[in-house]
Design a protein around this ligand. Structure first.
Ligand code: 0O2
Length: 212
């Protein structure tokens, strides 16, 4: 594929990322407005870089004419939650949606990766309306806590810098850091109700102040 072909190939994936970002951000706003607690803290999204698509296709032995089916994370959405319980709530909301359908789920929280990586991945089919008609693309929705995201962001940049050949002692320290992040999530989760009460009080007070 030359650069023009890539540009055309990526159009529906870019559209899917933009639409899904809006939808999940709106879900957060809506849930907050209803004075419910929102399981979404913030949302990001990206289209996989061409070099990264090619690398993954090579690693998974996906032929070039099977990229659409074989590489599931060309469109990627990342949803950050405050608490580990929010991940289950959000996964259920995604399963119930009518504008996307779940293909399968990968629980890297229960089955965390050797690196220490934890996150919940949901592969969805998402239809986008293009000028040529309806086109259904695969998208990967990664759901994780703020602590999991903190760890993954730093680990990703270190792995990238070292081209995935991290020195053994750094690997071990990152695994320990992942355990520490997980312990933090568990601790936060156990005091969740107290934190939520405090947040509610804070929001009620700010509403009172803005009305005065
Ligand atoms: P990007 O955004 O393209 O640069 P894999 O063999 O890991 O590629 P797998 O196990 O099927 O594939 O996982 P999946 O569901 O395809 O998810 C891959 C993505 O999960 C990665 O995308 C990361 O975003 C994240 N991920 C998986 N393992 C790790 C890990 O050990 N550390 C970190 N920091 N992130 C991980 P890319 O391709 O790396 O990212």
């Amino acid at each position: 594929m030359d650069s023009r072909d890539w540009k055309k190939f990526l159009i529906p994936y870019e559209q899917a990322v933009e639409e899904l970002k809006v939808k999940f951000k709106t879900l957060r706003t809506e849930m907050k407005a209803r004075e419910e607690y929102s399981p979404i803290e913030f949302v990001t999204g990206r289209v996989k870089r061409i070099s990264s698509i090619l690398e993954k296709a090579k690693r998974l032995q996906v032929p070039m004419d099977r990229l659409e089916q074989g590489i599931e994370d060309i469109s990627g959405i990342r949803i950050m939650c405050q608490f580990i319980q929010d991940i289950r709530t959000l996964s259920e909301l995604i399963r119930q949606r009518k504008d996307m359908s779940v293909v399968y789920e990968k629980d890297y929280i229960t089955n965390y990766k050797e690196s220490g990586y934890r996150s919940y991945h949901i592969i969805v089919e998402y239809p986008v309306q293009t000028s040529l008609g309806l086109k259904t693309v695969l998208a990967e929705v990664q759901i994780r806590t703020l602590a999991m995201n903190f760890w993954a962001t730093i680990e990703h940049s270190l792995s990238y810098k070292h081209r995935e050949r991290l020195p053994e002692d750094v690997k071990n320290r990152l695994q320990r850091a992942a355990e520490a992040a997980h312990a933090l999530d568990q601790e936060m989760s156990s005091i969740r109700d107290e934190i939520m009460d405090a947040q509610k009080l804070f929001e009620d007070n700010s509403n009172l102040v803005s009305k005065v």
